[in-house]
Design a protein around this ligand. Sequence first.
Ligand code: BES
Ligand code: MN
Ligand code: MN
Length: 452
Amino acid sequence: MIKEYIQSNQQRFLDELFDLLRIPSVSADSRHKADVRKAAEYIVQKLKDAGAEAVQLCETKGHPIVYGEKIINPSLPTVLVYGHYDVQPPDPLNLWTSPPFEPVIKEGKIFARGSCDDKGQVYMHLKAFEAMMKLNQLSCNVKFMIEGEEEVGSDNLGIFVKENKAKLKADVILISDTSMISLEHPSITVGLRGLSYMEVEVTGPNRDLHSGVYGGAVANPINVLSKMIGSLHDENGRVTIPGFYDKVAELSPDDRKKLNEAPFDLAEYKKDLAIDDIQGEKGFTTLERTGIRPTLDANGIWGGYTGEGAKTVLPSKASAKISMRLVPNQDSQEISELFTKHFLSIAPKSVKVKVTVHHGGQPAVTPTDSKAFKAASDAFVEVWGKAPIPTRDGGSIPIVSLFKKELGLDTVLMGFGLDSDAIHSPNEHYGVKNFLIGIETIFTFYKHFSKK
Ligand code: BES
Ligand code: MN
Ligand code: MN
């Protein structure tokens, strides 16, 4: 029955998703503030159309949160669906083969910013809910909380959750904002990394200098910064910040073995990225390096002259943004402090260094022995004919650990994206197949979750 419903409505589902994708809801860019709101209002309308009640646009200090619910019987279990309608900036624009906010389907994939992360995945939940309402199949309570600040750290959602514990009372959180291995190998994410995001600024002389007149005698902030960043890894690919690994949870040999049983094709991986070789922490596989090991990466670096042609200048300043991905049981705040202390300590006397902490988030692992996980697993078996493989994803959804801490709730991460979907990159896309089978799998999840 659900298969037919999806099939006969799929064109409308896609048309509606396309309308949402046309709204440039870039949360990081204040010029798009009105667009972010427009996307929230669109979700509000679609939740109402699908049959949700108490649908509200909840104001925050930043972008609004959309809430809606359908309580069929307070004594039945409740699923709280979380997702985000904000998207990453589309830059660099010139690398898109079609405009980021003009969705098109090419080779069975929807190309648009947010198609996978996370509008396309949020929309699967709205349509699965619509189907349950239309087919009279909803057999538990459901609440929706869709935010507009995930890509900028979810600060206001954190406040909202703390202030609305009764409203958000539920039995489990359900999120589709992660990836799976492939359409042939469905998987459920059971771990996410945390994040510490830093900005550093190195200042040398009080002004830009002629690099001939002063070069060789005065510290060059770009040279110094590069060397400092370079020193943050040793020859084994390990981070050199003292204490960085102290709290890292080591997996048992058995758990490591299981993690590495997931299908992974190194040749395919390299081909997709057009790289001749991989790198990383010695003694760990690629799946381990992204799943269970912490990392440090420069995300941006600037300073000096970067315009056309050449300008012989010894710059006064150089800066970089540096992020660290964290694993259980590292603590984001603690790691930020360790970074700051270490980075200041390795600065030569010839420069001044400033370190600023941006947002962060705690890592999370989700249980695999809960009723909700079992329901998700059963849904995959029914729809895909295969049991999902548990995986650890390298990305971060900081709110997952906050849900546990503030609401005492575990999360099921039922994502339908692929690592190759180019989220946060130019030409982000999402398979039409993933979108449609996602709706069916979510629908089927509720069926199993509601069973006695
Ligand atoms: N949906 C992603 C996180 C993700 C992607 C998890 C793929 C697993 C697989 C989310 O929107 C995101 O981009 N999170 C940010 C963190 C946030 C604090 C800005 C991230 O991981 O960089
Ligand atoms: Mn996301
Ligand atoms: Mn994202």
